[in-house]
Design a binder for this molecule. Structure first.
Ligand code: ADP
Ligand code: MG
Length: 399
């Protein structure tokens, strides 16, 4: 992979930097977790210290290819400016007159930001010609391209993939660091425990096939678990369930058995009568979820069981909260698992947390980034890497 030092002297060069600033905002537009902005800072500082003129580009949310005020990158530009301690002017467009004027005004070692890439239909277009046209416009702003948006390197998008074919290019420090962590997970110190949860069940089932070849145990919680419980023939009530994946999961259970990989499922579940913080909820056995209830967290016995298994591991990869942690009655399982990773880290294990909501959950739980070996900025990207897929945004950085 080409890295920043392969780009030579950057003094006075205009560097288009793809960062990942896709931060969660509350309803008033305030950033609720600035982890991704903080993670983007070291590469920006490295470039400014080298005398580059840094043009940060990023996306926020899912606007439909046209400007929409609520998806403006203004909050991210402001937070970045606070963290860097220098002004970060934000262009009013991405590749239009304001972008060009903003770039022209940059001095050596200064930073500016373009408006949300996804205000342009070409950014995420499936049609290569539409992407190419937008990538040409982006490339015309700069002399070189640095790819540091780890959270999007699995996307074949204009600012990730196409633009890298148009300018001298390299991976930024964050992408380098994330890839090094993932490489370490593919040759883990053993025992290797993987904890999976969250709500994107069908997205995440794919990785299990590959993890069964590498991990010693798989601890399953979150919304994912109900497809497993259903595959074992249990009633799961109104819980999150991917009916069409049950056969696939049965296959995983059989494969795990053959390979001697432990699939550890919860033994108890917090079952509520609605997806709400004030719903009636009770602790039930995992094989006895009432038909009119939904499982919204793993129960305390399960959390203890998971924590014991994590304590015995030398490598832990965790993706996906154990429950609907945003609501206090369903946060305990995630909190216990987070604490178990923290304890394992102190005891010398290599621990990685991936996934935007998982990262938000550990920060909400009062933990510090330093309590874990690594908190990844890209859930989907890290899963696809571990699945063994080719990531377009990384492939394009090979020499
Ligand atoms: P990540 O962003 O870490 O990859 P996901 O996006 O897959 O994780 O899932 C996070 C969401 O999963 C959280 O918003 C949480 O409320 C939800 N979740 C976890 N467990 C359950 C459950 N049992 N039922 C419904 N939603 C759940
Ligand atoms: Mg998520």
């Amino acid at each position: 992979m080409r890295t920043i030092k392969d780009l030579g002297d950057l003094r006075g060069k205009k560097v288009l930097l793809r960062s990942d600033l896709n931060v969660p905002l509350d309803k008033d537009g305030a950033i609720t977790d600035d982890g991704r902005v903080r993670a983007s800072v070291p590469t920006i500082q490295r470039l400014t210290q080298a005398g580059a003129r840094v043009i940060v580009c990023a996306h926020l949310g899912r606007p439909k290819g046209a400007p929409e005020a609520r998806y403006s990158l203004a909050p991210a530009a402001q937070r970045l400016s606070e963290l860097l301690g220098v002004p970060v002017p934000l262009a009013q467009d991405t590749v239009g007159p304001s972008a060009h004027a903003t770039v022209d005004a940059l001095g050596d070692g200064e930073v500016a930001m373009l408006e949300n890439l996804r205000f342009n239909p070409g950014e995420t277009a499936k049609d290569a010609a539409a992407r190419a046209e937008f990538a040409d416009q982006l490339a015309s702003l700069a002399d070189v391209f640095v790819s540091d948006g780890f959270g999007v390197v699995h996307r074949e998008q204009a600012s990730v993939y196409d633009v890298a074919e148009r300018l001298p290019q390299a991976a930024g420090g964050l992408v380098e660091q994330e890839v090094a962590v993932l490489q370490r997970l593919t040759r883990p110190a053993r025992p290797y425990a993987v904890v999976l949860g969250g709500a994107k069940v069908s997205d995440k089932l794919g990785v299990i096939e590959n993890l069964l070849q590498h991990a010693d145990m798989l601890l399953i919680g979150g919304g994912m678990v109900f497809t497993f419980l259903a595959a074992q023939g249990h009633e799961v009530g109104t819980s999150l369930l991917e009916k069409d994946q049950i056969d696939r999961v049965k296959g995983y259970l059989a494969d795990a058995e053959n390979r001697g990989v432990d699939i550890v499922l919860p033994v108890d579940v917090v079952a509520a009568d609605a997806f709400s913080a004030d719903a009636a909820h009770d602790l039930v056995a995992a094989d006895a979820i009432p038909a009119d209830r939904m499982g919204l967290d793993i129960g305390p016995e399960s959390a203890k069981l998971f924590a014991r298994r994590i304590a015995g591991a030398k490598t832990v990869f965790w993706n996906g909260p154990m429950g609907a942690f945003e609501m206090a009655p369903y946060a305990a399982g995630t909190q216990t698992v987070a604490q178990a990773l923290v304890d394992a880290t102190s005891a010398g294990a290599f621990t990685v947390v991936g996934g935007g909501d998982s990262a938000a959950a550990v920060r909400q739980g009062g933990f510090d980034d330093d309590d874990f070996s690594h908190i990844s900025t890209g859930g989907g990207a890290s899963l696809e890497y571990l699945e063994g897929k080719t990531l377009p945004g990384l492939a394009v950085l090979e020499d």
